[in-house]
Design a protein around this ligand. Structure first.
Ligand code: KG4
Ligand code: ZN
Length: 345
């Protein structure tokens, strides 16, 4: 049997567990989404999220272990998201993972959720070649990183305010499209046209991102023109986001010796973005690695994948590491400089 890490992810509204081998074969992957529960409130309600994680986490882990056909003693380690995310939700996963690891006498590894997304680049069919330029676009973050090998990266640019996913969710609310917003805005966008020419914030201004001005431009426009054609608003908004993402990606590509490009995070599930990336990949003759949809949005396979280089380098963490809702991605990191050490947060 291969060496296996169990990953556990509970940072937001998905309870997830996965079993991943050292060669990153995903042996089992289970995601229990709370989307339907939060939908009626128009967004994630943190207190409800943590309560649902409490009842879901052990059954979800059991299901993943069952699918993989393994028991606790077959594992090499247990990995868990320790931040960033909702504190109550994170605490449930961290406590469950530590309890299981103690019981199974296995090391436990606290993983940064964003490092998980970066690692998801390697879970697709395309083999990532290094150095790899990674664009991470999720609900909480937009960032560009240079990954020189698995788990070794430097941040090149990041979110100044709203992330791309957050802007999608807010615009969805403005358009009355409910939660989750990204897929709904995208579905409407493909039926409309980019006729409104919203601003492209900071498009030629470095590698940091800012989407709150764009969101405000959409809000102001909708106040002025309440009877506008909604599909054109969605299309114009999506086009502005994609123009910015693609422009930054291409600027960064011009600044490094990259051998591949990867796009990860929830917004990487967007068919609009995937189409733009396919066009860019042909035009610039560069390999763009995209995780399959199930590994683009939150999942635990990416958490186990991120844990492997950490485990190889320094084994497990001390058991006293805590959940950290504001955990930052270090500007530059190697597996040996992360985890529960001072300076990480
Ligand atoms: O990575 P993720 O699952 O969770 C975070 O770590 O934040 O990303 C969720 C974000 C949400 O903002 C959601 O609206 C966005 O990803 N998203 C999409 C699509 N599917 C999910 N955005 C655009 N198009 C999509 N198809
Ligand atoms: Zn995420």
């Amino acid at each position: 049997m291969k060496d296996l890490i169990l990953g556990v992810e509970t940072s937001c509204d998905e309870t997830a567990a996965a079993v991943v081998a050292e060669d990153l074969e995903v042996v089992a992957n289970v995601v229990s989404s709370q989307m339907e529960i939060h939908e009626r409130y128009g967004g994630v309600v943190p207190e409800i999220a943590s309560r649902v994680h409490v009842s879901e986490v052990i059954p979800v882990v059991a299901k993943a272990m069952n699918e993989a056909g393994v028991s606790g003693r077959d594992l090499t380690a247990v990995a868990v998201t320790r931040g960033p995310g909702l504190i109550g939700s994170l605490l449930v996963g961290v406590s469950a993972a530590k309890g299981l690891a103690l019981d199974w006498k296995k090391p436990v590894i606290g993983v940064n959720h964003l490092e998980g997304h970066l690692a998801s680049a390697s879970l697709g069919a395309d083999k990532v070649s290094y150095p790899c330029l990674v664009l991470l676009v999720s609900g909480g973050h937009s960032l560009l990183a240079r990954m020189s090998s698995p788990g070794v990266y430097a941040v090149l640019g990041s979110t100044r305010d709203d992330s791309a996913g957050e802007a999608y969710d807010k615009v969805a609310r403005l358009l009355g499209l409910g939660y989750p917003g990204g897929p709904a805005v995208d579905r409407l966008a493909v039926t409309g046209a980019d006729v409104l020419k919203f601003p492209r914030p900071m498009i030629r201004d470095g590698l940091d991102f800012s989407f709150s001005g764009l969101k405000s431009a959409v809000a102001n426009y909708l106040r002025r023109e309440p009877d506008t054609v909604r599909k054109d608003v969605a299309a114009s908004f999506a086009a502005a986001v994609m123009d910015v993402l693609l422009a930054k990606l291409e600027t960064a590509m011009g600044q490094g010796d990259f051998r591949s490009v990867a796009v990860v995070g929830g917004v990487a599930a967007s068919p609009v973005l995937r189409q733009r990336l396919a066009e860019m990949s042909r035009r610039r003759d560069v390999l763009v690695c995209l995780p399959p949809l199930k590994f683009a949005t939150d999942n635990a396979a990416m958490i186990a994948a991120a844990a492997w280089p950490r485990y190889r380098e320094r084994g497990g963490d001390e058991l006293d590491f805590g959940a950290d809702p504001g955990l930052k991605l270090p500007e530059a990191a190697r597996p040996s400089t992360q985890g529960s050490r001072p300076g990480l947060t």
